[in-house]
Each structure stands twice: as structure tokens, then as C-alpha cells.
Design a protein around this ligand. Structure first.
Ligand SMILES: Cc1cc2nc3c(=O)[nH]c(=O)nc-3n(C[C@H](O)[C@H](O)[C@H](O)COP(=O)(O)O)c2cc1C
Length: 221
């Protein structure tokens, strides 16, 4: 089986999506079956996707990995899907898989876009093969190799290589927590006043020179 993985993060090589896919791919390659998996960073082709259409046509199946952006997908990923409409006849028989992840800890944030993805392959002439969902992944690229979630992505890849299916039990495990339990929410709300949840984001704001404008409301009438 030849799988092409499209990384749909604007961060490209430095993204959580690519880090996660590296583990899924390692799982595929650890399987004894004959499998090939290659990764394409979509952002490098955002001005013209036609050079990578051929890679998709040559592959048996495709996996599209991207982060949640404002409850949906990054715009250039949408652009890529739209560019596939012209390939409809050549995509017949291919299985499209998805791997989506987001910053907020509850996986429920991803369920609306997952619904959209269930229908998308059919519109492009392909077949839907499942979607891996996981919340709370903003720090994934800094996590060590033995981070338990990475282990699950590797297992998922291995089983996928052997069976051609995403293991439903691992999908459920990866999606935890679907929602944060109410008692934990209460504790989190109280801790929120201490500012401990802001540390990472404030560092990001400072690194991007926008800390002093963090309460700006440019569209306020
Ligand atoms: C412009 C933008 C919009 C985002 N929107 C959401 C969102 O709606 N919900 C969420 O949980 N995370 C959101 N995030 C966080 C990303 O999904 C998260 O940081 C992800 O791990 C980034 O993955 P990447 O490194 O592969 O790009 C957003 C991030 C950015 C930069």
C-alpha cells in the first residue's frame, strides 16, 4: 500500500501536525507488511498545487493532517481540497483519511469539522476512511518521543498498515478527554485567576511583539 500524507499546517516542518504524522508513519514502517508512506508539506505548494496532484494520483490512499483553525481548517487546506475537484475521475477507489488536532484540550472542538470531512471524500470521487481527532496538541512538537499519545499514533499506524483500518479503540483513547469533567472545569476556572494558563500564550505574544496589544479590538465600532 502506498500512502501519501499531506501536512496541512502553515508551520510546515515545525508543526505539531508533522510531528504527529512522523509517529503515525513510523508505525506504518514498523509493520512487516509492504508499505510506503511519504509526506508532503502543503504550505510549500500553496501558490500552485498541480505539481503534487500527481503524487496523490500515484498513491493508493491519502491522509490529510491539519490543525483546527477557527473551528475549521486553514484556508490553504480548503484551497487544496478545491483544487482536487478536477481530479475527480482519477481519485475513484482511493481512501481518504484525516488526522486533525487542536489547541483547546477538549476533542469535542474537532467534531464539527470531522462531520464535514466525512462527506468531503465523496464529493471528490474518493472514499472516506476515518478521522483521527485529538485536542490539547499545541505543545506536541516539544514532547519527548515516549509521550504516551505518540505511542498511540504509532500503534494506529502499525495496525493501519496491517489491516487498512484505523483502530476504533485507539481512536477513542486518543480523543480523551472528549469533554473536561465538570469538577475539573470548576478547578480550572479557579486556577484561571492565578494566570497559570496564560504563561505559554504570553510568551508567544511577546515573541511575536504583540503582547502590549493583546486586548486590542481593531474592529470595535
Ligand atoms: C489562527 C489560528 C486559529 C486557531 N483556531 C483554533 C480553534 O478554533 N480551536 C482550537 O482548539 N485551537 C485553535 N488553534 C490552535 C491550533 O489548532 C493548535 O495550536 C495546533 O496544535 C497547531 O498545529 P500545527 O503546529 O500543526 O499548526 C488555532 C491556531 C491558530 C494559529
Amino acid at each position: 500500500m502506498r500512502l501519501v500524507i499531506f501536512n496541512g499546517s502553515p508551520r510546515g516542518l515545525k508543526s505539531n501536525s508533522l510531528t504527529i504524522m512522523k509517529h503515525f508513519q513510523e508505525g506504518i514502517q514498523s509493520s512487516s507488511s509492504e508499505n510506503e508512506a511519504e509526506t508532503v508539506n502543503l504550505i510549500e505548494y500553496q501558490k500552485d498545487y498541480s505539481p503534487i496532484h500527481e503524487r496523490l494520483i500515484k498513491a493508493d490512499n491519502a491522509l490529510f493532517a491539519f490543525p483546527l483553525y477557527v473551528d475549521s481548517m486553514p484556508g490553504f487546506v480548503m484551497g487544496f481540497f478545491e483544487s482536487l475537484l478536477v481530479l475527480k475521475d482519477s481519485l475513484k477507489g482511493k481512501i481518504f483519511l484525516f488526522s486533525i488536532q487542536c489547541g483547546f484540550p477538549e476533542t469535542i472542538n474537532l467534531r464539527a469539522v470531522e462531520k464535514l470531512l466525512e462527506r468531503l471524500p465523496g464529493k471528490l470521487g474518493a472514499t472516506y476512511g476515518g478521522c483521527i481527532c485529538r485536542g490539547g496538541m499545541e505543545g506536541a512538537r516539544y514532547m519527548p518521543e515516549d509521550y504516551p499519545a505518540f505511542q498511540k499514533y504509532r500503534e494506529l499506524g502499525k495496525i493501519y498498515a496491517e489491516t487498512g483500518k484505523l483502530d476504533p479503540e485507539i481512536l477513542v483513547e486518543l480523543a480523551k478527554p472528549e469533554r473536561i469533567p465538570k469538577p475539573m472545569m470548576l478547578i480550572a476556572r479557579m486556577l484561571n485567576f492565578t494566570g497559570i494558563f496564560n504563561g505559554y500564550w504570553n510568551r508567544q505574544l511577546k515573541a511575536n511583539g504583540s503582547y502590549n496589544r493583546r486586548f486590542a479590538r481593531p474592529y470595535k465600532p
